[in-house]
Design a protein around this ligand. Structure first.
Ligand code: CTP
Ligand code: CA
Length: 227
């Protein structure tokens, strides 16, 4: 039964959260990755569970412990993350906070060796599936509310606005991940939440506070929107 208010505003709702980086193997000992720690996505999964939602967290490799009260599925690559997300459907809410690698390579079965006089190996990058865009496609399994995170280092609002439309998600949370902000890998976040009506600038907050504020907004949306 879905509760309208109180301590568990998302009781009866199911949620899928992606978090962390992905690792794309190059050979048995090397991989391509990025600086995501997973902190923001884990905080969102935790906050959704505290609000009463039944939460599946699909996480790339992180050093964080599984959040309590959350079903955590650990994956390595973007393609594994997509499969795990599709297996978690149907759900009401999807929050794609993972920093998914944009490309993979065909991995070598053996460790790539330095050859004495040969040039260094060249990596042939192949695009990864876009998990957020795939989940956002019109389908009976499409979650009712899909939220993406746009990691940008310039033109934050215009890039994130274009990204929301391109991927077909409902809200895009824009993040300035320039090294000077300390956001990627840090404990705080400063975001702009973009939906079809415009932008909401939130102050710089601890990532757990950002998560609680996002969950409050999710609950308010689900309780007022019509099916
Ligand atoms: N995303 C995804 N699958 C991918 C790439 C991105 O699900 N293969 C999701 C991220 O989880 C995030 C959103 O898409 O919610 C935006 O990711 P971002 O890297 O900022 O955007 P891209 O579309 O990959 O564009 P670019 O990296 O070129 O800015
Ligand atoms: Ca990307």
């Amino acid at each position: 039964m879905r509760q309208l208010a109180g301590g568990a505003p998302l009781a009866g709702y199911t949620a899928l959260v992606t978090a962390g980086p992905t690792h794309e193997p190059v050979d048995p000992v090397r991989y391509l990755a990025n600086r995501s720690s997973g902190t923001q996505g884990y905080a969102i999964a935790t906050a959704l569970a505290q609000a009463g939602a039944e939460v599946t967290l699909v996480s790339g490799p992180t050093t964080l412990p599984d959040p309590s009260g959350v079903t955590t599925i650990r994956v390595e690559s973007a393609r594994e993350m997509l499969t795990a997300c599709q297996q978690a459907l149907p759900c009401d809410i999807a929050v794609c906070a993972a920093a998914v690698a944009d490309w993979h390579v065909a991995p070598s079965a053996q460790k790539i060796k330095k050859a004495a006089h040969a040039p260094p190996p060249v990596l042939h990058l192949v695009p990864n599936p876009d998990i957020l865009a795939t989940l956002s496609q019109p389908s009976p399994l499409r979650p009712r509310l899909i939220i993406g995170f746009a990691a940008e280092t310039e033109h934050l609002i215009s890039h994130a606005t274009a990204k929301r439309l391109r991927k077909g998600c409902d809200w895009m949370v824009a993040n300035d991940v320039s090294p000077a902000t300390g956001i990627m890998g840090g404990t705080e976040n400063e975001v702009i939440v973009i939906d079809e009506t415009g932008c909401a600038h939130w102050p710089r907050l601890d990532k757990m506070q950002v998560a609680h504020k996002l969950v409050a907004r999710i609950a308010a949306f689900l309780h007022t929107s019509h099916l």
